[in-house]
Design a binder for this molecule. Structure first.
Ligand code: NAP
Length: 497
């Protein structure tokens, strides 16, 4: 890995985050013949979420051939659903292949970004206190990077191990231990089957049960991989087959939630085939419409719950003591380790005092009523700042990489327009942003995420869904194909740096 160039005083494009979003942006810039960018990541390697999540069982629940970049396809996936080490290896290989390490400043956190309207550029500062300017900032930090750990009474007095799934303690030996897993979301249901056979006793603290479907997970034969490698058209066909098979599913989520009844029936069959204890079946049957929270895929979660050393606990946690968890029904469970599978701070992605736009406006203030952006990418008052996977661009049914790629296209269009107009910056007009969000929230109102009778991380504290795109990705991709300069205010002074 060649070392990055020294940090410049000025860069035309600063990309923050070297996960899939930052990598996709950088690769498309390289393909467009541009080398005038730098990428920052707080971690010591590329990969983002696939670098930091290393918990046992960590794997993608979107099929491999779609969970990869369309312009950098990979024929060598060993399974239909890739495990984390393979996805991370693919990302490192991409960074190598496109010469991105020369642009990368790893172990470098951007702690502040402020728009200087007089100079028409961004002033950024790293955690080491280094400062530099950028004409354009691309924010690819992702919404699922800040772990959410509940504050529990007595947490500090607990003397065993406690860690979040994203901060897995690989030094800690779970074998023979009494373990509690808090949460039953996408991460927890991958962890539970891995540790259930090792732990002496496993308590799974379930606040609300997930809908779980079988996972069509199988090894991809070496001969098949070789054929896909030899015939790129076949690989493309496979990708598009998966894309369309998943794409139609969103119809049930956004247009006709009643159609999710088929998921309910399939999930109940899946559950009952693994769990014979009727009381346990009742405990793990969700009380909201399928799709309201992410539908999970697993073949080993229900069998793990049916083990004799596993208990599903539905009573809320009252407090932690030195070596036990006390629940609200007064029961005490001695535990050696607590694993928080409690998700991420998805609806509060930015801390106060970090991003300042025109007139010194803090992004947190601009988002006081919840994060919102124009087409999930630009925010009024924050010129030349482009988000990848910004507000309302998440998905519940297919690969988010599809959304990222559409946003990268749009940003490339913006960069070209800036250049063609000799402009220093563009700022989305507030009426365009307001009209877009009014339209989006109107569509959101009829989706299963709003009507399905659940509380999920998709919604902020006011119950507003600020994370998901309420439609087909085809529609989003069509909308993002053309950059629309008429929605923006333009400034040509001072001249572009
Ligand atoms: P999550 O889906 O937000 O699940 C968090 C779990 O913790 C939920 O069961 C939640 O219960 C529970 N919880 C949260 N706070 C709690 C508290 N104070 N007390 C008790 N329980 C609490 O988080 P995640 O499993 O880490 O997944 C987050 C997202 O990451 C997923 O939706 C997905 O987008 C992504 N992900 C993807 C994959 C993949 O394979 N592609 C794998 C892992 C994660 P409630 O449901 O009641 O809130």
């Amino acid at each position: 890995m060649p070392p990055a160039e020294p940090l410049p005083d000025h860069t035309p494009i600063a990309i923050i985050g070297a996960g899939f979003a930052g990598l996709a942006m950088a690769i498309r810039l390289v393909e467009a013949g541009r080398r005038d960018f730098v990428i920052f990541d707080k971690e010591d390697e590329v990969g983002g979420t696939w670098k930091v999540n290393t918990y046992p069982g960590c794997a993608c629940d979107v099929p491999s051939h779609l969970y990869s970049l369309s312009f950098a396809p990979h024929a060598g996936w060993s399974r239909s659903f890739s495990p984390q080490p393979e996805i991370w290896a693919y990302q490192r290989a991409l960074a190598e292949r496109y010469g991105l390490y020369a642009h990368l400043h790893l172990s470098t956190q951007i702690v502040q970004a402020a728009f200087d309207e007089a100079e028409g550029l961004w002033r950024l500062c790293t955690h080491r206190g280094q400062t530099f300017t950028a004409q354009v900032v691309v924010a690819g930090m992702g919404g699922l990077s800040q772990p959410s750990v509940p504050q529990l009474p007595g947490q500090d007095s607990f003397q065993g191990a406690q860690f979040h799934t994203q901060q897995w303690d690989h030094e800690y030996e779970l074998r023979g231990k009494r373990v509690a897993v808090i949460g039953t979301g996408a991460s927890a249901i991958q962890v539970v089957p891995q540790i259930a056979p090792q732990a002496e006793q496993l308590h799974v603290f379930q606040r609300s049960a997930p809908w779980v479907l079988p996972k069509d997970d199988y090894e991809i034969d070496v001969a098949v991989r070789a054929r896909l490698d030899k015939y790129p058209a076949l690989l493309k066909l496979k990708r598009w087959g998966i894309y369309w098979a998943l794409e139609w599913k969103v119809a049930a989520l956004v247009l006709a939630p009643a159609l999710t009844q088929a998921v309910r029936r399939q999930s109940l069959r899946h559950m009952r085939s693994a769990i014979s204890d009727k009381a346990l079946v009742e405990t793990v049957t969700p009380n909201y419409a399928p799709g309201c929270k992410r539908i999970l895929l697993s073949n080993d979660y229900y069998p793990a719950l049916a083990r004799s050393n596993v208990e599903v606990v539905t009573a809320g946690i009252q407090e932690l003591r030195k070596d036990s968890i006390i629940t609200q029904d007064g029961q005490s469970r001695p535990v050696d380790a607590i694993i928080y599978g409690t998700g991420f701070k998805a609806t509060d992605p930015v801390a106060p005092g970090v991003v300042f736009g025109r007139a010194g406006l803090d992004l947190v203030q601009a988002w006081a009523e919840g994060p919102k952006a124009y087409r999930g990418t630009t925010v009024a008052g924050f010129p030349n700042l482009f988000f990848i996977l910004g507000p309302n661009t998440g998905l519940g049914h297919t690969s988010v990489l599809v959304m990222m790629e559409a946003q990268v296209d749009y940003i490339l269009g913006a960069l070209k327009t800036l250049e063609d107009r000799g402009a220093s910056w563009c700022d989305v007009r507030p009426p365009a942003q307001t009209a877009y969000n009014t339209w989006l929230q109107r569509r959101m109102a009829r989706t299963v995420w709003s009507t399905g009778g659940c509380q999920s991380w998709y919604q902020d504290a006011r119950g507003k869904n600020v994370t998901l795109w309420p439609g087909f990705t085809v529609g989003y991709r069509r909308m993002m194909r053309r950059f629309d300069p008429e929605a923006y205010e333009w400034s040509t002074t001072p001249a572009q740096g």
